[in-house]
Design a protein around this ligand. Structure first.
Ligand SMILES: CC(C)(COP(=O)(O)OP(=O)(O)OC[C@H]1O[C@@H](n2cnc3c(N)ncnc32)[C@H](O)[C@@H]1OP(=O)(O)O)[C@@H](O)C(=O)NCCC(=O)NCCS
Length: 510
């Protein structure tokens, strides 16, 4: 018999595993970690000798975060999990499932999840299900689905699930290198969530393709067919949207409505973002889908004005059709500004993080809106991982945006993203390139002591101290100092290196 009905989800009544089916299961809290150093994409264009504007305008990228040899996938996930737990005042025994989504593999057997269990040691809680999930950038979404499914299942014991998506996205020199990045996102999953999964509304498409993969076990770099990956991404988007719409139409018909779903039914849309320009093209692509599936679109007035020439195009022939792309980018530009652009802050400034990319977009959107602007909206979430696996699903934001509500807490916890971005250190492309070379030469070494400076890391960051002759990795944590965030809150903790602090003290100073 379960004895865990003492756990209290924030803002909710106590939860019992013997109670009714949990309601509004979804994301309760989020935390994001980005590296403390970045390279400017304009400077990188000059350094790489490409035409000015290729990375900044053509790809839509302003800056790219990266890690020195001091950070690996374990340290990124340790950092983001501990930060989430501290900032939300959570105890480690309140977590019953921990899932990791990553494609940054440093061990072919031992999971990142088991490394994270070190954080749980003081609590004595070892009853934590879940393990790592891998399929390129989709692993985080698969991990999130596992967590949501667990809370909604007969296996649930009344505790939270924790989901971590983390990756170091690095490419060999060449055209893909500017689409790198690094980071991690942690999400607390449970009932009565401010971002609740809409039941039955997932459109998935999975297919075999060699668009991006990592067959070389000693290299961090993938083999990429860039153009094919774009085609796979856009074709997956078409298929997922079609399945999603069929499912929502079926739900609406059961409720007696013959309404036709279109982009206006999403309050916001976030996408996996390998680079921002592809996201803008993706929204345009969804508008093309709306146009082609509309039984009788008005091309005289309204959003489809002037698009009659494209009425008979075949979607599968238009992935790189300039005329179609241009026309629908123009037609969807207002929608993009309103529904998607705010989600691109982290992607534009930090680059592709692989698994956390789409959740960095979700965090960016939340960070740049007020709770009142978000309340009641439906967010469409498109997740894509090469190989390839993709899903379009939707989250319904709670109506309750009162001060102190779960939504209000979530929004305030992410409100310092701009401050965090501004506090990073810019380094030259030459230094970035040296760091990439160092990672290339050393990331798989058996006996290794990293050289990267520790003082450059953000307070509270876990870092690699050494790898021994049996490839066992050891980590330490930079002390957490006082950080002043955008809301003039002060977040303090007296942590020593490697010491865990289960609670934080949040004090208003104004
Ligand atoms: C995305 C990727 C294929 C682009 O590399 P590339 O082929 O060298 O880049 P392109 O020559 O197509 O240039 C990129 C864009 O910048 C534009 N561009 C080039 N020079 C420019 C300039 N000086 N000013 C403005 N735009 C410019 C190009 O026209 C192109 O725009 P388009 O995509 O609308 O056609 C490459 O970075 C890559 O492989 N990335 C990793 C895989 C990936 O992210 N895939 C996405 C799906 S998962």
């Amino acid at each position: 018999m379960c004895n865990l009905d003492c756990y209290r989800m924030p803002g909710s009544a106590s939860i019992s595993c013997l109670g009714p089916w949990p309601k509004d299961v979804g994301i309760i809290a989020m935390e994001l970690y980005i590296p403390s150093q970045y390279v400017d994409q304009t400077e990188l264009e000059q350094f790489d000798g490409v035409s000015a504007g290729k990375y900044t305008v053509g790809l839509g990228q302003a800056a790219m975060g990266f890690c020195s040899d001091r950070e690996d996938i374990n340290s990124l996930c340790l950092t983001v999990v501990q930060r989430l737990m501290e900032r939300n005042g959570l105890s480690y025994d309140s977590v019953g499932r921990l899932e990791v989504g990553t494609e940054t593999i440093i061990d072919k057997s031992k999971s990142v999840k088991t490394v994270l269990m070190q954080l749980f040691e003081d609590s004595g809680n070892t009853d934590v299900e879940g393990i790592d999930t891998t399929n390129a950038c989709y692993g985080g979404t698969a991990a999130l689905f596992n967590a949501v499914n667990w809370v909604e299942s007969s296996s649930w014991d009344g505790r939270y699930a924790l989901v971590v998506a983390g990756d170091i996205a690095v490419y060999a020199t060449g055209s893909a290198r500017p689409t790198g990045g690094a980071g991690a996102v942690a999400m607390l999953v449970g009932p009565n969530a401010p971002l609740a999964f809409e039941r039955g509304l997932r459109g998935t498409h999975m297919q075999h393709a060699y668009d991006f993969y990592k067959p070389d076990m000693v290299s961090e770099y993938p083999v990429v067919d860039g153009k094919l990956s774009i085609e796979c991404y856009l074709s997956a988007l078409d298929r997922c949207y079609s399945v999603y719409r069929n499912k929502i139409h079926a739900q609406w018909q059961r409720e007696g409505s013959e309404k036709h779903f279109n982009l206006e039914d999403f309050g916001y849309l976030v996408f996996h973002s390998p680079y921002c320009k592809l996201v803008q093209k993706s929204l345009a692509r969804l508008m093309l889908n709306d146009f082609l599936s509309h039984p009788n679109p008005n091309t005289e007035v309204g959003p489809f004005t002037g698009l009659e020439a494209f009425r008979d195009v075949k979607p599968e022939e238009t992935y790189f059709d300039r005329d179609v792309e241009k026309a629908f980018l123009k037609a969807s530009s207002e929608l993009f500004e309103k529904k998607t652009k705010p989600s691109l802050l982290i992607s534009n400034q930090n680059g592709n993080m692989y698994t956390p990319s789409v959740y960095g977009c979700l965090a960016s959107l939340i960070a740049q809106k007020t709770a009142a602007q978000l309340a009641g909206q439906r967010i469409g979430v498109f997740s894509y991982g090469s190989g390839f696996a993709a899903t379009l699903y939707s989250l319904r934001i709670t109506q309750d945006h009162t001060p102190g509500s779960n939504l209000d807490k979530l929004v305030s916890s992410l409100s310092d993203l701009q401050v965090r971005l501004k506090s990073r250190k810019k380094v030259s492309p030459a230094v970035f390139s040296e760091n990439m070379k160092l990672r290339e030469e050393t990331h798989h070494l058996g006996v290794y002591v990293p050289r990267g400076p520790v003082d450059d890391l953000f307070p509270g960051t876990w870092y690699l101290t050494r790898v021994d002759d049996k490839h066992r990795r050891e980590y330490a944590r930079r002390p957490v100092e006082c950080e002043v965030n955008a809301e003039a809150e002060i977040v303090c903790s007296s942590t020593e290196v490697t010491q865990q602090v289960p609670h934080i003290h949040v004090t208003k100073i104004n």
